[in-house]
Design a protein around this ligand. Structure first.
Ligand code: PLP
Length: 475
């Protein structure tokens, strides 16, 4: 593409993105497309000759937009409400232009060093000690898998070289987490050959927090049985309810037995920037590794997950492998990203984080996260004050779990599922659900960079309209 054409289309593209963000509230939050609609609307082979880019852009409106679920919509409250800032989009554009593959420092000094700088800044904002080094991966699932691999490596069982299969000298290697853990921990155990049976899901309190006494008992039982505990994964901000496992007490147990402590703060991590939330993170500074996702709650377009690790040597030991064609003379003096994971080439993800941290500053980032917590607390107060609704879990961050419970309805699970499906089908907002103590609970997450009080008020009205309508149904 000639540069003059790139410039012309580039301006159009920026206008399109600006229009999209400006008009985002006009779109249904959840795509209303049926499965297979897009596939059926597209040819089954690519064109033989190049097409006019204007035609491709037109198809964005015609074909792609109807099949988009708008994560950037301020009324996206399902799962965790995540959103990309405009300035983060600029970071992505430039990273695509540089098209850097940060494997070696030599092939990508800017990416390698900016990653260290931004993660050093972030570590300070989170008040984590500087014994932690950071590395960026795509997702928390991948960050956690690398942490568990490092824990397995530190156990000193020569698994890197000798593997696990066919070995009679290996004990069962056990990983511990709460029953509310994210499925990515199970997947780490699958991927690393530990098996899901080695994952011990520890009982939680009525606040959905891991009970440390049960953890200590499980570890002691396993040791007595000849097994080897290698890693404990508490969560700060669980997926279902955003509950907080007692990391400090768990750290005592890990310390006693010499077990790797990996903290999953994928969602809630950025809230550690708030002075008033710091108590919820007590003990995480004692971890061996911590994961948090700027792509969840730090306005960073997907993807960017940070793994902080106290013992980068174990991570390097687990993954470093330098074939002849990647040998450089500066290995001893520089950091080569490829040494710390499965991937060889790595995207220049720190660029967008650097843009975001500089554009918003600490004050801008904390003000937004604080406001999300305020809005969630406000919504929770409406739930608490209404006889037709009840709260299902505490609200430590910006997620509210609740359900409708009007006296006239018997089957509350059916009612709440109906409410959720009704709201989501309307396109006005997106909420999701979980099951708590066997009961169907609605989840409202507040985390979009574009969310305001009016959006929360809109959901509250939609919910109450649904309850009034349900009064006429016999449930
Ligand atoms: N950990 C927690 C607590 C989560 O809530 C999630 C996703 O919501 C993950 C891990 C996985 O995140 P990712 O999509 O970055 O792998």
């Amino acid at each position: 593409m000639p540069i003059s054409e790139f410039r012309k289309h580039g301006y159009t593209m920026v206008d399109r993105i600006a229009d999209y963000l400006e008009r985002i509230e006009e779109f249904p939050v959840l795509s209303q497309a049926e499965p297979g609609w897009l596939t059926g609307s597209l040819p089954d082979a690519s064109p033989d000759t190049g097409e006019d880019l204007g035609d491709v852009f037109a198809d964005i409106d015609r074909l792609i937009l109807p099949a988009v679920t708008h994560w950037n919509h301020p009324n996206f409250h399902g799962l965790f409400s995540t959103s990309g800032s405009s300035v983060g989009i600029f970071g992505e554009m430039l990273a695509a232009a540089f098209d850097m593959k940060a494997m070696l420092w030599r092939t990508s000094p800017a990416s390698t060093e900016l990653e260290d700088v931004t993660l050093g800044w972030l570590r300070k904002l989170l008040s984590l000690p500087d014994v932690f080094d950071g590395i960026i991966y795509d997702t928390a699932s991948v960050s956690t898998m690398h942490a568990v691999a490092a824990a397995r490596e530190r156990a000193g069982l020569e698994i890197r070289g000798r593997g696990m299969s066919g070995r009679t000298d290996l004990p069962l290697l056990c990983v511990y987490c709460s029953e509310h853990v994210h499925s990515s921990i199970d997947k780490s155990c699958i991927a690393l050959g530990l098996g899901t049976e080695s994952l011990r899901k520890i009982e939680c309190s009525e606040r959905f927090e891991m009970v440390p006494e049960r953890l200590a008992e499980a570890i002691e039982d396993d040791i007595r049985a000849g097994h080897m505990p290698i890693c404990v994964v508490p969560t700060i901000g669980t997926t279902s309810t955003s509950s907080v496992d007692p990391v400090d007490a768990i750290a005592d147990i890990c310390e006693k037995h010499g077990i790797w402590l990996h903290v999953d703060a994928a969602y809630a991590g950025p809230a550690a920037m708030l002075e008033e939330k710091r108590g919820l993170f007590k003990g995480w500074e004692r971890a061996d590794s911590i994961v948090l996702n700027p792509h969840k709650w730090l306005f960073t377009p997907f993807d960017l997950s940070v793994l902080y690790c106290r013992d980068m040597a174990s991570l390097k030991q687990a993954f470093s492998l330098v074939p002849e064609y990647l040998k450089t003379s500066d290995e001893a003096t520089v950091k080569n990203g490829m040494d710390y994971g499965i991937q060889l080439g790595r995207r220049f993800r720190s660029l967008k984080l650097w843009f975001i941290m500089r554009y918003f500053g600490r004050e801008g980032m904390t003000a937004r996260i604080r406001d999300h917590c305020r809005l969630a607390t406000l919504f929770a107060s409406w739930v608490d004050d209404s006889p037709d609704w009840e709260r299902m879990a505490p609200v430590p961050f910006a997620l509210v779990c609740f359900r409708a419970c009007p006296a006239s309805v018997d089957d509350l699970d059916a009612l709440n599922e109906l409410i959720m499906n009704g709201i989501n089908a309307s396109g006005e907002a997106y909420i999701s659900h979980t099951k708590l103590d066997g009961k169907f609970a609605l989840r409202l997450s507040v985390g979009s960079i574009r969310v305001e009080e009016r959006h929360i008020a809109k959901v509250w009205k939609l919910l109450n309209d649904c309850v009034s309508a349900a009064a006429n149904l016999s449930l």
